[in-house]
Write a protein that binds this ligand. Structure first.
Ligand SMILES: [Cu+2]
Length: 420
């Protein structure tokens, strides 16, 4: 019996750790290819693992959790190992894995390995391929990742409730032969929640009117930025296990190509340049591109309601309404009453009106030039010519003097014959 030291997977944003594991006789153990590089998971983590007898071993715990979606909004959700989405499972093509799943939920569950070619009996469909994992029980799944790619995991028992409450995660399987390319490899999982203002329990019965949209379980301004240096190759692995909505994810200032889906690689001849990639429910979409220029480039779902926080969708439409006199009249019965919305909604983000506890309606973020009136499925790709280090937010980008939009001067208007 020999004892060897191997690196275990740590959170990409935390230091890696080491673990001593016992190994069986070398002759009996299948060869395990060590993972050469790790993906980065903004606001998330990697599921720790250890290798024993040539098998990579993981342990998922399905459990109720407290989770902060954004500063000011904490929910009671269900997740894995304390988070939603659960930690990313990372392995290498050809590797055999053993994944233990402990059910600490009040109801039965199972785990389906979405897109993975697992043996039928490991497919994780409660009642069909296996008995459900009852509360308090631990099941063992074991299979080999026989192809590289980006996949997902989620329950296949009371799916509507369990997924809506936050049970899902991503799987990254690296190719056996490392490509030798230096690349910033990011994982972003989308989700949507219905959380009535002032409550903390996502509504699993919701079929529309989702009001909090997240990347890796965070709504802007809770989303951590992605970082890169000018000229870096960047890979972003998007996954979507939201209940109902597909998300067209748009990146500013760049074009990218979709290089693979959970079905496999896209042949190079079929790749087309895009600025937006549609990530339908139940799919992964992996894009690659080069960091073109410094800036704090927005990346967000282009559905406007998905880049907002807790908007009410059942109010009267006041745009363009003549509300003169209304404030005074209503002020008699409701002192301080002020009609909003007649000139647009922007003012709400700037005034940050008082609102019920535990709610983030119209929560914006103070940027370098005023309030950024975005929320939800919105984050920033911060590119600098040089970063201090791989994980520290470099602050706001200031463009070189004379290269930003500013108010036109009278001389400029006169020069170009523009009459405002
Ligand atoms: Cu969307």
């Amino acid at each position: 019996m020999t004892i060897t030291r191997r690196t275990v997977l740590g959170s990409s944003l935390l230091a890696g750790a080491s673990l001593i594991v016992k190994q069986g006789p070398a002759a009996a153990a299948p060869k395990v290819t060590p993972i050469s590089s790790h993906v980065m998971v903004p606001n998330g983590s990697l599921l720790p693992s250890k290798v024993s007898g040539g098998v990579r071993i993981f342990h998922l715990r399905a459990e109720p959790i407290k989770h902060q979606l954004a500063p000011g909004l904490e929910i009671t959700a269900w997740g894995y190992n304390g988070s939603t989405p659960g930690p990313v499972i990372e392995a290498t093509e050809g590797e055999r894995v053993r994944i233990y799943v402990t059910n600490a939920l009040p109801e039965r569950t199972s785990v389906h390995w979405h897109g993975v070619f697992a043996p039928y009996g490991m497919d994780g469909v409660a009642g069909l391929t296996q008995a459900p994992i009852e509360p308090g029980k631990t099941f063992r799944y074991e299979f080999a990742f026989d192809r590289a790619g980006t996949f997902m995991y989620h329950p296949h028992a009371d799916e509507m409730t369990q997924i809506a409450l936050g049970m899902m995660g991503m799987i990254v399987v690296h190719p056996k032969r490392a490509q030798g390319e230096r690349i910033r490899d990011y994982v972003l999982m989308s989700h949507e929640w219905k959380i009535p203002i002032g409550t903390s329990r996502p509504d699993p019965l919701a079929m529309n009117d989702f009001n909090v949209l997240t990347f890796n379980g965070k709504a802007f301004p809770g989303t951590a930025p992605l970082l890169a240096e000018t000229g870096d190759r960047i890979r972003i692995r998007f996954g979507n296990l939201g209940p109902m909505d597909h998300h067209p994810i748009h990146l500013h200032g760049h074009t990218f190509e979709m290089v693979s889906t959970d079905g496999g690689p896209v042949p190079p001849a079929a790749r087309i340049p895009e600025t937006t990639v549609l990530v339908p429910v139940g799919t992964t979409r992996t894009v690659e591109f080069t960091a073109r220029a410094p800036g704090d480039w927005p990346m967000h779902c282009h559905m406007t309601h998905h880049a907002m926080n807790q908007m009410g969708h059942d109010s009267a439409n006041l745009i363009g309404a003549d509300v003169r006199g209304l404030d005074e009249k209503l002020g008699r019965v409701a002192p301080g009453y002020m009609t909003m919305g007649a000139d647009g909604m922007s003012e709400m983000a700037h005034m940050r009106m008082e609102q019920p506890k535990n709610s983030i309606s119209m929560l914006g973020l103070k940027g370098p030039h005023g309030v950024i009136e975005m929320g939800g499925m919105f984050t920033l790709l911060k590119i600098r010519d040089q970063l201090a280090d791989a994980t520290t937010d470099p602050g706001w980008y200031e463009p070189p003097a004379g290269t930003a939009a500013t108010e036109a001067t009278a001389a400029e208007l006169a020069r170009d014959g523009i009459v405002p």
